[in-house]
Design a protein around this ligand. Structure first.
Ligand code: ADP
Ligand code: MG
Length: 268
């Protein structure tokens, strides 16, 4: 059983504070959905967790089984068991998926001799066309193909925790189901813990969230069970955003739309 613990995390980009105190604990096998309006800091959270340059941590801690991740370079965080599925996976000309994954496995001290078969197996599970496997990483792939590619990488690398930033964006209905099934399977096959950033309950229909959190202006303003995602899809985030404006600095527990009070947890 592993534990990813985020405590009071604050971070700035270009001198502007974007994350204003995030607390979140994800355990092995758990799925936590993170929702929230555009620009609320969801992708910033994913970048900060993996240590993207330019994102400055100004407070708080992130540990994986007690190991301080914020002290480590990105590759060491990956080695410690953290994986990021990017919202906008980048093209890496000249590097094949197989080479990248082979190196990643070796960096983790794992046997990379079967990487070719593993990649093919994982590609089949999410319907990622074999002819893309020979291409340089993400080069000329569509948005949806890139998301499947991210999922293939997740399947091969078998991390302990995956941060998936809108893994469902750009996927057609069949691909979405396949990707969601693959990640859901990983939560039992390898006890993967997941932080799934998403706007849509269609992902969560298959990838079952244990907890749902709403991020607004850099803070988690409400947390609840899986039913909270459905409520948000009906009501939108307006209630939370309004409350933030009304109180000036973050929402209070017990407020929000659609009688969400029973779902709310107290905030400090
Ligand atoms: P979300 O993923 O929730 O839509 P982001 O984390 O991408 O939101 O962005 C949160 C805020 O931080 C936005 O106001 C965005 O413009 C700002 N931001 C994110 N990255 C940068 C950056 N590299 N430089 C300047 N501002 C940034
Ligand atoms: Mg984003």
């Amino acid at each position: 059983m592993s534990e990813l613990v985020i405590e009071g995390l604050r971070a700035s980009v270009s001198g502007k504070e974007i994350l204003r105190g995030i607390d979140l604990v994800v355990r092995s096998g758990e799925v936590h959905a993170v929702m929230g309006p555009n620009g609320s800091g969801k992708s910033t959270l994913s970048h900060v967790l993996l240590g993207r340059p330019g994102y400055v941590v100004t407070g708080g801690r992130v540990t994986l089984d007690g190991v301080d991740l914020l002290e480590l370079p990105t590759w060491r965080r990956a080695q410690a068991g953290l994986f990021l599925g990017m919202q906008y996976p980048i093209e890496v000309p000249g590097v094949s998926l197989e080479d990248a994954l082979g190196e990643s496995l070796r960096a983790r001290g794992r046997d990379a001799s079967a990487v070719r078969d593993l990649v093919r197996e994982e590609a089949a599970r999410v319907g990622f066309d074999e002819r893309f496997l020979a291409r340089p990483l993400n080069v000329d792939l569509s948005g949806g193909e890139r998301k499947r590619n991210e999922t293939v990488q997740l399947g091969v690398l078998r991390p302990r925790f995956a941060v998936l930033d809108e893994i469902d964006s750009g996927l057609d209905v069949d691909a979405l189901r396949a990707v969601a099934r693959r990640v859901e399977a990983a939560t039992t096959e390898i006890d993967l813990g997941v932080l799934a950033i998403t706007h849509y309950t269609r992902l969560l229909g298959v990838l079952r969230a244990d907890r749902t959190h709403v991020l607004s202006r850099g803070r988690i303003v409400v947390s609840g069970g899986p039913e909270l995602a459905g409520e948000l899809e009906r009501t939108g985030y307006a209630g939370w955003a309004e409350e933030e404006t009304a109180t000036g600095d973050g929402a209070r527990a017990g407020g929000g739309p659609a009688g969400g009070g029973s779902l709310a947890e107290p905030l400090p």
